[in-house]
Design a protein around this ligand. Structure first.
Ligand code: MG
Length: 389
């Protein structure tokens, strides 16, 4: 029986993880849940899964949960970054689903890795911000990190049973997002509403915008570089609008192994929890005869500048990927608040990267320093930006 802690239980990945867990009560039990601000949903999850401890982002949320459970058997309730860290360090869970959104997920995930628990990793920011530090830590503690991100899960599946030295490269697929066929001119005036309509995947707001700019694919390239110990020139990106091939691995003899499936996060979450088994998920089967043609093409980097910025950041190394990530988080928030245009997202990220003097990432503190610096700098630069698109 796996005892699971979910960091980010009320988000899109958290909800899917709970569906997977619910389907296998003989295999999995929930011992802890950490959420942001969604008190009502967390209360329903507490009633259903009876965790021993929970944490919320804010003190008020934690107080509301404790009050509304008064008189009933209730879990320990914690709050804030300290509360998240406490759950991550707790010795009750053996498996942690790391599914908080954005850079806030880094510290609790790193704490969980330090304790040697098995990690089902959905929070790609942890790898983007501090890949070398995280992998060194995982190695020294004997921690397994199993990727939940569908592309990395596909690569992971395509690596099983193949000698590592025979690998030539990995090919990460991208849907291309909702603006794949738009001209730059049209992209200049897209709204948050249209950017939030992803053609294939249902996801949280931040990652949906990142999918529209292709920054998500850039972050995934950085994540793959560290997770699978690749050189950056061993990572290719292909646009595949049908989102059926979730990624591929090419071997030196020319063989390409791909993992396919319906675009539903239940499959990669289930595999990250059940590895090396493939348990029943009760998803409708993939019927290739009904999907129609599968197509592949190179991404247009003149339209999607975020992709090139991410590759540049990982080549520079040190604190630069954390800076790219933090500046992008600020830019996405500003876009969602209609304070900058869609095409200003890469402009702002690039300005912050150019102003940064990269330093080594050798502790969680140095990571958070780069993150904080980039967020402050991005906010300051955005204040001076010409807001006309
Ligand atoms: Mg992905």
């Amino acid at each position: 029986m796996k005892k699971i802690l979910i960091l980010g239980s009320t988000g899109s990945i958290g909800l899917n993880a709970l569906k997977v867990i619910e389907g296998r009560p003989d295999e999995y039990t929930v011992v802890g849940l950490a959420a942001g601000r969604n008190v009502d949903l967390l209360l329903r999850q507490i009633e259903r899964f009876r965790p021993k401890a929970v944490a919320l982002q804010e003190k008020e949320g934690a107080a509301a949960v404790a009050e509304r459970l008064s008189g009933k058997p209730k879990p320990e309730v914690y709050f804030g970054p300290e509360g998240f860290k406490r759950l991550a360090l707790w010795d009750e869970p053996d498996t942690v689903v790391s599914a908080m959104a954005g850079s806030a997920g880094f510290l609790p995930t790193y704490a969980a890795i330090e304790t040697g628990k098995r990690i089902a990793l959905a929070n790609k920011e942890t790898m983007v911000m501090a890949g070398s530090l995280v992998m060194d830590c995982a190695k020294s503690r004997g921690t397994s990190i199993l990727p939940v991100d569908s592309e990395h899960n596909a690569i992971f599946q395509s690596l099983v049973g193949h000698p590592r030295e025979d690998l030539r490269r990995v090919i990460i697929t991208a849907s291309g997002g909702p603006f794949r066929e738009m001209s730059l001119e049209e992209m200049a005036s897209v709204t948050p509403e249209s950017a939030l309509k992803h053609p294939n995947w249902k996801m949280g707001r931040k990652i949906t915008i990142d999918s529209a700019t292709l920054m998500n694919k850039g972050l995934e390239a950085i994540e793959a570089r560290w997770l699978f110990d690749l050189r950056i020139d061993q990572i290719s990106i292909l646009i595949h609008p049908q989102s059926i091939v979730h990624s591929m691995v090419e071997y030196k003899d020319g063989s390409i192994i791909a993992q396919m499936g319906v675009p539903d996060m239940m499959t990669p979450i289930s595999y990250a929890l059940s590895f090396p088994r493939h348990f029943e998920t009760f998803l409708p089967p993939l019927k290739l005869e009904e999907v129609g043609p599968l197509s592949f093409s190179k991404p247009d980097q003149t339209k999607f500048k975020c992709l090139g910025l991410a590759f540049r950041a990982v080549e520079i190394g040190g604190s630069m990927p954390a800076v790219l990530n933090a500046a992008n988080e600020v830019a996405v928030d500003l876009f969602l608040e209609r304070r900058i245009g869609f095409l200003q997202i890469p402009v702002l990220v690039e300005q912050v990267m150019e102003a940064h003097r990269p330093h080594p990432i050798d502790s969680p503190e140095t990571v958070m320093e780069a993150d904080g610096w980039a967020k402050r700098t991005a906010a300051e630069f955005a204040g001076r930006m010409d807001l006309a698109n």
